[in-house]
Design a protein around this ligand. Structure first.
Ligand code: NOJ
Ligand code: CA
Length: 663
């Protein structure tokens, strides 16, 4: 029998006790270490220590396949290596990445000598650890489970969303680790002052991993999204699972400043990336969520030729790169019913050719939108024809959406879903199209390998403010430490009409939230500006109705903002409480600071500025003398890297600062 991997482990804690000689790999700076042990019963487990303190106690390793009937393993061989390189990406929070780690690859084989074995590859970085399973050419395997555990050595605090295989648009829970029943990843924690986050990297051809409570208070076992027949994954040939990752830091912001997830992905498969570029964009979008416009053609249709021209002109006047149109194509009548959209034919009042020509003439990127409603077979049958058409029109940006259940019992985050999302990315690359995916699979750093996979949703975005209780400022202070550890998010920040007064005045036709007592943005306006910096996305939207920016001096921030940053640092922050982030694009710096429901005075050293240079700092901040969240102050003055900035934030408030070199 060629089956490989059924590790059935009894008392896990006993594993290490019984195992005299664990193999260890330590991070280059010596702080973090992983140990692997295989005991006499053939059970394998690992531990993680930080500064000598055990964070992950003995936790078993293994995957189970239908073809496998045995469970006794021994170490066949092991290899050590070290890696130290700097690599460049065409875009990102940072364009230069240090990838430095020590590696231990252990080949396990069946003690009875009847199988191909599995290699478990561990990497210890200065900012965390990772491991994955590598199968050496089984003919095919029917994976029924992954047995990877994460057993905490002691209790602590955690921040996570619940472990759904269908959606990530869930509220955060701050809970004791011991109180968590299930969680999706990134699963962020703090144990004895050590911050960490469990996630996965390079998720391909395999279902996503959710954490479920294992026996005992402090343990989780990986739980994979199943296919309709209950199997987790069908695999064939040489196969490597995604990396199981634990990012580690001594401050909460260290997690944000880590490149571990991207480092664990392969280099770019796209040779010429000249067509891939960060953008700022506006769009016909928020009106539909407010209910004042429709996706469907009709008297309140958003995507009309006239409105398109108005948006393109606005983009030109405001140094904005692109314009998104939702509801431009036929088929929205079927959203929520048979989910059949036409991805090529525009509605009669949207003159696609004329709009594309006008956008080209004005140098504005035209974004197409493909809502699939989750109808994957239909989308797969039509997406190539659609992308070919978009390429013909000069379109390089596509927002996709999966708002609806998949057909035939498939789950969004199953192997089927993961494979579909990936097919879209790879096909888009062939047509030189960048992807912004909504209702996506989680971000696991594949942007390194597929740099046209720009951004994605995968958490509660701005839209939730239009038709639910909305996103609190505490939620916004949690997002960077949890969801964003996976990669960029298309949150779509930037509502200036905080109380929706223009929409409400719009003949009282608010469809969904007219009677919604929660209806309004739960932050100050200045915080909306700060979110453009804090919530990183290479495609960054100013999402409000464009008329709401007219006459607003504070919109100068977005005009000046450069989405194509070179370097970023999370400077200070605590999960759920506050956050300060700075990004450099060329010679200019942009800083964003945000707080939760508490007012806060932020004192921030400017030592990140280039030494010897003088800058004009312009603060867009809360007006602390007003209780109207739409009021703000703008103040400019000269600074150098030797200065310290003080920012006064209102409850739910924030501040954004531009630093422009003085000529
Ligand atoms: C949900 C997406 O998140 C949102 O951005 C989009 O407008 C709607 N689906 C319609 O596709
Ligand atoms: Ca969504």
């Amino acid at each position: 029998m060629r089956g490989v991997l059924k590790y059935l482990i009894g008392g896990v804690a006993a594993v290490f006790a019984a195992c005299g000689n664990p193999m260890e790999v330590t991070s280059p700076d010596g702080d973090i270490s992983v140990k692997l042990c295989v005991d006499e019963t053939g059970a394998a487990a690992y531990t993680v220590t930080v500064g000598g303190r055990t964070v992950i106690a003995p936790s078993r390793l293994g995957i189970a396949a239908r073809e496998s009937e045995f469970s006794k393993f021994e170490v066949a061989s092991s290899r050590r290596s070290s890696h130290n390189e700097t690599w460049e990406s065409p875009w990102g929070e940072n364009k230069s990445h240090l990838n430095r780690y020590n590696e231990l690859a252990v080949e396990l084989r069946d003690a009875e000598g009847m199988n191909n074995g599995v290699t478990v590859r561990f990497r210890a970085f200065d900012d965390g650890v990772a491991f994955r399973y590598e199968l050496s050419e089984p003919d095919s395997l029917t994976l029924t489970d992954e047995l990877t555990e994460f057993r905490f050595a002691e209790d602590g605090t955690s921040w996570s969303i619940a472990g759904s295989f269908e959606t990530y648009e869930l509220p955060y829970r701050e809970q004791a680790i011991s109180a968590v029943e299930d969680a999706n990843t990134p699963f962020t924690f703090c144990v004895a002052g050590i911050y960490g986050s469990i996630h996965e990297a390079a998720l391909y051809d395999y279902p996503e991993m959710v954490l479920r409570r294992a026996e005992g208070d402090l343990g989780f076992v990986s739980s994979l999204a199943p296919l309709p027949d209950g199997v987790k994954a069908y695999i064939a040939g040489r196969f490597t699972t995604p990396w199981r990752t634990v990012q580690i830091g001594h401050k909460a912001v260290d997690l944000i400043n880590s490149s571990l997830i991207e480092n664990l992905n392969e280099p770019s498969k796209i040779a010429d990336t000249s067509w891939i570029r960060p953008q700022k964009y506006v769009g016909v979008w928020w009106g539909m969520h407010l209910g004042t416009q429709t996706w469907i053609m009709g008297p309140r249709h958003g995507a009309t030729t006239e409105n398109a021209v108005r948006h393109i002109d606005f983009a030109v006047a405001n140094n904005i790169d692109g314009v998104l149109f939702e509801g431009w194509n036929r088929g929205w009548e079927n959203w929520g019913s048979d989910q059949r959209f036409d991805y090529v034919e525009p509605y009669a009042d949207f003159d696609l050719e004329r709009i594309a020509a006008y956008a080209r003439e004005k140098g504005i990127a035209l974004w197409m939108h493909n809502e699939t409603g989750g109808n994957i077979p239909d989308y797969e049958a039509n997406m190539e024809r659609a992308m070919a058409r978009y390429a013909e029109l000069g379109v390089h940006t596509l927002k996709t959406g999966y708002a609806g259940g998949f057909k035939d019992g498939y789950l969004h985050h199953s192997q089927y879903g993961v494979q579909h999302y990936q097919r879209v990315v790879e096909l888009a690359a062939r047509y030189r199209i960048m992807i912004d995916a909504h209702e996506p699979i989680k971000a696991t750093g594949i942007r390194r390998t597929w740099p046209n996979m720009m951004t994605r949703e995968g958490a509660r975005g701005m839209e939730w403010n239009a038709w639910s209780e909305g996103n609190s400022s505490e939620y916004l202070c949690t997002l960077p430490f949890v969801r964003l550890l996976g990669g960029p998010m298309d949150y779509t920040p930037g509502v200036f009409d905080i109380d929706y007064s223009t929409a409400k005045a719009d003949k009282g036709r608010l469809k969904w939230n007219g009677d919604n007592e929660h209806c309004c943005i739960k932050t100050t306006l200045a915080r909306q500006i700060a979110n453009w910096v804090i919530i990183y996305s290479p495609l960054q939207m100013a999402c409000d109705l464009i008329e709401n920016y007219e006459g607003h001096p504070a919109f100068a921030f977005f005009r000046d903002y450069d989405a194509d940053c070179d370097w970023s640092r999370a400077l200070q922050g605590e999960i759920g409480d506050y956050i300060v982030v700075v990004r450099r694009a060329g010679e200019r710096f942009f800083l964003g600071a945000g707080t939760n429901g508490e007012a806060r005075t932020i004192s921030q050293s400017l030592e990140f500025l280039t030494p010897g240079k003088r800058y004009t700092a312009t603060i867009y901040g809360d007006d602390t003398s007003s209780d109207d969240p739409e009021d703000y102050i703008i103040r400019s003055f000269e600074v150098t890297g030797g200065d310290t900035l003080t920012l006064e934030l209102l409850p739910d408030g924030g501040a954004a600062v531009t630093f422009i070199p003085v000529e």
